[in-house]
Design a protein around this ligand. Structure first.
Ligand code: UTP
Length: 290
């Protein structure tokens, strides 16, 4: 895919409190779904859209992310010597990507994490991918969003309809449908159900333009005392059109225990090596359920 979006920011400096104690000293973004860490799914999704430059925002206890994308000489030698070419090929398939790591010294919020990438993004539009929002690899959400961006040349954010009872967990938008997209009028971070302007929730895929940095550098802390991207986007919609794109495939909130388990089950059922044995196990298990 030829596109003007060449860079992706992958914020990975959050504390991952919903997954403690697993995330106490190791990154949430390195938790695997079947055999691949969350952040690798995000990188592969971007690569399928022609994005090869990645800016990963890291923090304390996040070193494993850098090691993961590094060459593992000893391991490779061993695999080569034992003729395990398929695994070797799999390990090397991300060798052509460019990675920059920026340390967010204090996790002041998603908005602040994105601001940290400013010196590397400069004046280009860019994608933001939250690795813990996992999209079914068979569904090209990011590609579709980039296509909308290429047409409109304005920021595009991914939306999902959520039940009213869950709106307090998301940024919720007030938008007007215009064909395949929503023109966003306003947005609220984590509203109470009776204060939510809709049930359209912002999920972790964004195509943004550098204008957002000017807003983020002045953004005051919002919900949870964090510098929120949603608050900055709320100011952005007053200056320039911002479009919402409703997701049409499956998304998992893998930063949440239940969402993580659902992703694991679905991905295992689609995995060639595992599906048969795993399905058998699940069928047996279901019979035993109270
Ligand atoms: P989350 O809202 O999922 O927060 O962040 P979290 O800290 O990762 O997890 P919980 O809610 O405490 O369990 C959304 C994304 O923004 C990144 C996270 O790494 C995640 O990818 N983030 C968040 C940062 O990079 N820096 C921050 O200061 C906050």
């Amino acid at each position: 895919m030829k596109t003007t979006i060449k860079k992706a920011i992958l914020p990975a400096a959050g504390l991952g409190t919903r997954f403690l104690p697993a995330t106490k000293a190791s990154p949430k973004e390195m938790m695997p779904i079947v055999d691949k860490p969350l952040i690798q799914y995000a990188v592969e999704e971007s690569l399928s859209c022609g994005i090869k430059d990645f800016i990963i925002i890291t923090g304390k206890y996040k070193r494993a992310i850098e090691d993961h994308f590094d060459t593992a000489y000893r391991l490779e030698e061993k695999l080569r010597a034992s003729g395990k070419e398929t695994i070797l090929k799999e390990l090397n398939k991300l060798n052509n990507i460019n990675l920059a790591y920026i340390r967010q010294r204090v996790p002041l919020g998603l908005g602040h994490a994105i601001l940290c990438a400013r010196p590397f993004v400069k004046d280009e539009p860019f994608a933001v991918i939250l690795s813990d929002d996992v999209i079914d690899p068979g569904y090209p959400l990011l590609k579709e969003m980039i296509t909308v961006y290429e047409k409109k040349k304005c920021p595009v954010i991914a939306l999902q309809e959520v039940p009213k009872s869950e709106v307090h967990r998301y940024g919720i938008v007030d938008g007007k449908q215009e064909g395949a997209v929503y023109k966003i009028k306003n947005m609220v971070e984590k509203p109470a159900p009776d204060k939510a302007p809709s049930n359209l929730a912002i999920i972790g895929r964004y195509i943004l333009t550098p204008e957002i940095f000017k807003i983020l550098e002045r953004q005051k802390p919002g919900a949870g005392g964090e510098i929120q991207l949603t608050d900055a986007l709320k100011s952005l919609v007053k200056k320039t059109p911002v479009y919402g794109y409703l997701i049409k495939g499956k998304r998992y909130d893998a930063g949440d225990k239940l969402g993580y388990l659902q992703a694991t089950v679905d991905f295992a059922l689609k995995n060639k090596e595992l599906s048969e044995g795993f399905k058998k196990y699940l069928v047996e298990k279901v019979k035993d359920l109270p």
